[in-house]
Design a protein around this ligand. Sequence first.
Ligand code: FAD
Length: 534
Amino acid sequence: MIRVGGIRVSLDTDFSDLVTLCVKKIRISRERIKTVRLAKKSVDARKKNDVHFIISLDIEAKGEESLLKSLKNAEKYEPVRYKVPVIENAPYRPVIAGFGPAGMFAALVLAMAGAKPIVLERGGDVDSRCRAVEEFQNGGRLDTECNIQFGEGGAGTFSDGKLTTGIKDRRIGWVFERLVEFGAPDEILYLAKPHIGTDKLRGAVKALRERVKALGGEVCFNSRFCGFETENGRLSAVSYIRNGEKHTINTGSLILASGHSARDVFELLYDENIDLSQKSFSVGVRAEHLRKDIDRAMYGDFAGHPALKAADYKLAVHLPNGRTLYTFCMCPGGYVVAASSEEGRLAVNGMSCFARDAENSNSALLVNVDPADYGSDHPLAGMYFQRELEEKAFIAGGRDYHAPAAVLGDFLEGRISRKLGRVKPSYRPAVRFAPPEEYLPDFVCESLRLGIKEMGKKIRGFDDKDTLLTGIESRSSSPVRINRGEDLQSLSLKGLYPCGEGAGYAGGIVSAAVDGMKCAEAVCERMEGQLNSI
Ligand code: FAD
């Protein structure tokens, strides 16, 4: 098979007949083509008067060697195949704490390997979770065990479902293929910036869970991991609480994939002398613009073309104060959501549906914070710093989970906002006007002021005075790292596999899923070794 890249096609291209497209664009005769597949598709909007697609095609053809010599941008292409490990007569059932992307893909690999994993998930299944989130967003009670952070599918379930990642790993293709198998749109296999949307992601999460169960795995909801036992310096049992009752499972392996919001887990590990260290993360606000303004700024006159989805962007500016302001987790046509998981503490985030057709487009605007900002060398100091900011945001919002918001023009002029501009808040239950100074450190506010103006030079209207800033965005990544060795086990305890974003080894859905797979492989390898030594 050969891959031909860099093919420029218009937005009006008909992708239903790829053979004809191939004949026209690459000038291969129809008779030579055996199969052709769209491998990549991206939007090139660098020139606003010439927005088009750039595509790559995977082609099986007669005489590929001669084509490789004659075609521009052609290379030999071998699809990467991932082989799931196999374990016969597993010496115990491995346990996984957390059913976010890391835990789900760890469970899937272990179940396919024949190891019959047991998953403990503190929150409910997707359906009960949707009800809990809806109740909270309607002004009802915050369920601290089942919310936007906790429950089946993890933090990513109520997300934009962006599948872009900075990592390079042979497992990524397998993750995408499984997601499609479980109901995600197959365009994620070729789009340069794939996304699923919260609506479709929920279905995929359920289907993955059913597959794990069908393969002999167990997924226990409302079951909070609460401790472990050791024997000869190795993990020997895992405890969890369900309906107020404590249960214990004897096992030799725990994949700990509890995410960055399980602060009780970090405290438990600290009390158990597990090796932890401080980690940098970022804090800031969510910026909301009108979707049509962002589309216009990114696509010019092509905005609204039926072949284009809502526009995204990615910006970063390095500031004279030594900080960086950058956009993160951009949600075109999405919503700002209530991402709190603790009483008296408030956090926001962003999500969107597959259609990305909501009124506003939003993105986190984050400033990096480092251990030097935490004011202590305690391994959990970053988490306490994060908590303190979330408490301030809760108070600034009026102590009822309304989010503190400011209109950009007022923030830049140092005024407290009194009325909204053109951008209406999408956050539910509601926002209350309060300046970022009430909950963010001075250096973050200064960075926002300096950086947003710079960003306005890169994207027209980004610094529009009506832009809405809603806080606090504080859960961008983990403030703690659970240190592990090359065998992926904790430096302090054999059998404990710190995994995913909470452990500091992933950032985002795809890298968390890949890390889950790696930990599952490491567990299989160790079980194999244990079997051989019996
Ligand atoms: P998590 O997803 O956090 O999963 C951890 C799981 O562990 C949770 O289900 C939790 O309930 C469970 N748990 C916690 N403590 C315990 C315990 N004691 N016992 C049992 N279970 C426990 N990333 C992207 O790549 N694209 C996006 O578009 C995107 N949008 C996002 C939008 C929102 C609103 C949020 C909150 C996050 C978003 N992210 C996005 C980030 C992404 O969701 C995370 O990077 C990813 O989910 C991390 O995966 P994880 O499995 O490591 O942890």
